[in-house]
Design a protein around this ligand. Structure first.
Ligand SMILES: NC(=O)c1ccc[n+]([C@@H]2O[C@H](COP(=O)([O-])OP(=O)(O)OC[C@H]3O[C@@H](n4cnc5c(N)ncnc54)[C@H](O)[C@@H]3O)[C@@H](O)[C@H]2O)c1
Length: 272
């Protein structure tokens, strides 16, 4: 397993990470802590408590449903109370099990609410906290699927495509506050949903990912964490409104290969 790159480049910074209760969010949180930050994990899954405990005294958890404005406010206030301010926001919480073309209005609204409106409102709400620190950095977790036509998927990629626009629009509008807003677009990662689909068989996951990525395997959670640290650190000080593909070159390969992979994934999912 790749170790997170150790550094002190986020010493003294405080990060709020939504969606930190499963593998990818945990790795992002771990990478931030390893780089010196204190991290508050906000997730509706109480498993986030165990993740925070494992990360040690520089991490904490508050149960947060991102579609509740009150709970978003509480999450930010908890970070301020525990760690004295907020410098970094990672919007990672998302839903992905969808019905594609047959989705109802309720399902559309639910996806947009969790995957798009909540990250935007959380950015809006964190700005006053950033201002007291003289600025901040936001990383929105998008997806390589935002730029592809995919079988049986519509809601999730649409929500992530809109998140890419939001990243650009908010980068412009938040720049006067010294706030940078970027996104990352993961490819197929060794993650909780992929583990579930492949019943934990890494070789199946790597085989499927190999036809979607130039680097012929799944990405690791640690590789995603390192990309987030980069976008939050001063090493990326001239980068805003950008999308960083963490996809083993998947975006360079294009839609055709990706679509065949998604078919394989969908078949696996249905079989499970
Ligand atoms: N797994 C991949 O290969 C992959 C690829 C591209 C993008 N992503 C993105 O990475 C991020 C993590 O995804 P994952 O694959 O680990 O999936 P996951 O389902 O394991 O993680 C999503 C997390 O979001 C949380 N969440 C969902 N709804 C919430 C709500 N209303 N309030 C608070 N928390 C909520 C869940 O509890 C969970 O901890 C997501 O943004 C996803 O879109 C993942």
């Amino acid at each position: 397993m790749k170790e997170h790159l150790k550094s002190n480049e986020l010493d003294g910074r405080v990060a709020v990470v939504t969606g930190g209760a499963t593998l990818l969010g945990e790795a992002i949180s771990r990478a931030l802590v390893t780089a010196g930050a204190k991290v508050l994990i906000g997730d509706c899954d109480p498993a986030g408590q165990g993740v925070a405990e494992e990360l040690g005294p520089d991490a904490a958890f508050v149960r947060t449903d991102v579609i509740s404005d009150t709970e978003l406010d509480m999450c930010l206030q908890t970070a301020e109370n525990l760690f004295g301010g907020i410098d970094i926001l990672v919007n990672g919480a998302a839903i992905h099990d969808e019905k594609g073309v047959s989705a109802t209005r309720e399902e559309w609204l639910r996806f947009m609410n969790v995957n798009l409106v909540s990250p935007v409102l959380l950015i809006q709400k964190v700005l006053p906290y950033f201002q007291t620190r003289g600025g901040g950095a936001v990383v929105n977790v998008a997806s390589g699927s935002a730029k592809q036509a995919l079988p049986d998927q519509l809601l999730y990629p649409t929500s992530k495509a809109a998140l890419l626009y939001v990243t650009r629009g908010l980068a412009l509008n938040c720049a006067p506050l010294n706030v940078r807003v970027n996104s990352i677009s993961p490819g197929i990662m060794w993650s909780s949903p992929v583990i579930k689909m492949t019943e934990g068989d890494r070789s199946i996951a790597d085989q499927i990912a190999s036809s979607a990525h130039i680097i012929p395997r799944c990405g690791t959670p640690e590789e995603l964490g390192d990309a987030v640290v980069f976008l939050c650190s001063s090493r990326s000080s001239f980068i805003t409104g950008a999308d960083l593909a963490v996809d083993g070159g998947g975006a360079a390969l294009g839609a055709v290969s990706k679509a065949s992979v998604m078919k394989q994934l969908a078949a696996l999912y249905e079989a499970g």
